[in-house]
Design a protein around this ligand. Structure first.
Ligand code: PLP
Length: 359
């Protein structure tokens, strides 16, 4: 068996320990004679799996009792509609557009009411996070929306926007559990798990209880109401059982490694290795303004698209895969999520140094 260093933006690298444990339990989960994929979601065994996953996530993030944790499907993209359908009571919401995912959410919300773009970094190809300390928040805004870590452009909010009392809604798909978070600053936090937590097919929503109501937009499908899932503890219908099981294992892995404080320190150390190299390289340059740099997604270029292509090809041969930038921006992007070991980042930088000397 040989595993590569996988720098994919998502679905992405998972901890090897977790994969091995899952392999060991594949045919017979803890003596019950079947795989987690084969068991009823109403069984006692699965009930323990989902309850324990939730408890560990609450523990890791310090989620207060006044927030519900929901394990849903439909990916992060389904939330682009679910959020306005459930939260747009006044049919007004403010969006901060810092990249393609935020833009998609903003465009989707326009179907359901008035979505205002109150700040954007489109003027400099989304290479920075705008100052959000005093934005023109709408008087009757139901919420203010951000994409906290911009997977494609490699930027991250270092300070949350001043929402002037309105609930903050954040897409954290690509920075979920990468550092400690103060949940009380948000009305709703959500993310697809396939970036930093588990397999594609699960989306986690952490929502303040007062935002869960029956007062949703007319025509909202039962399955797209937060209340439906909150009332049923994420078991209204068959949940993505196997994905939740793997997420649960990743939560335990994170706890064993010291929780989110420890992960933050580790992620900062990893990112610094790459950024420090980029800052002094004569060939490679980072594309993001220094104070907006993501710890998770690091885009960079040589300035020559032929050379970029050559680098990506040679890197792949050397066992560094999925370094191609998003199809809309080109260049390279190294996604260095929680499960990417520091050895992988060090080895990548060594490889980049050699490439620089030879080209
Ligand atoms: C990947 C990604 C999405 C889209 O996720 P899907 O689960 O494919 O819908 C949305 N937002 C961010 C920040 C992402 O990184």
């Amino acid at each position: 068996m040989s595993r590569v260093y996988n720098f994919s933006a998502g679905p992405a690298v998972l901890p090897e320990e977790v994969l091995k444990e899952a392999a060991d339990e594949m045919l017979d989960y803890r003596g019950c004679g079947m795989s987690v994929m084969e068991m009823s979601h109403r069984s006692k065994v699965f009930d323990a799996i989902i309850k324990e996953a939730e408890a560990d996530l609450r523990d890791l993030m310090g989620i207060p009792d006044s927030y519900k944790v929901l394990f849903l499907q439909g990916g992060a993209s389904q939330q682009f509609a679910m959020i306005p359908m459930n939260l747009m009571k006044n049919k007004v919401a403010d969006y901060i557009v810092t990249g393609q995912w935020a833009k998609k959410a903003y465009q989707e919300a326009q179907k359901y009411g008035t979505a205002n773009c109150i700040a954007s970094s489109a003027d400099r190809t989304f290479s920075y996070i705008p100052d959000c300390s005093d934005l023109p928040i709408s008087e009757d805004a139901d919420y203010v929306y951000i994409c906290e870590n911009n997977t494609i452009y490699g930027t991250k909010f270092k300070t949350l926007p001043n929402t002037k009392g309105k609930p903050l809604v954040a897409d954290v798909s690509s920075c979920f559990l990468s550092e400690p978070v103060d949940v009380t600053k948000y009305g709703l936090i959500y993310g697809g798990v396939q970036k930093n937590i588990g397999p594609a097919g699960v989306v986690i929503v952490i929502i303040r209880e007062d935002l869960i109501t029956d007062d949703v937009l007319p025509g909202t499908p039962t399955m797209l109401k937060y209340k439906t899932h909150a009332d049923a503890d994420s078991l209204y219908n068959t949940p993505p059982c196997y994905g939740i099981y793997i997420c649960g294992k990743v939560f335990k892995w994170l706890k064993k490694r010291g929780g989110l404080e420890a992960m933050k320190a580790y992620n900062e150390e990893k990112a610094a290795i790459l950024y420090d190299f980029l800052d002094q390289s004569s060939l490679f340059t980072g594309t993001v303004e220094t104070d907006s740099r993501s710890l998770m997604n690091v885009p960079f270029v040589t300035g020559n698209s032929d050379l970029d292509a050559k680098f990506i090809k040679e890197a792949e041969k050397a066992g560094f895969v999925n370094l191609k930038g998003h199809r809309t921006v080109g260049g390279m992007r190294a996604s260095i999520y929680n499960a990417m070991p520091i050895e992988g980042v060090k080895a990548l930088v060594e490889f980049m140094k050699t490439f620089e000397q030879e080209n």
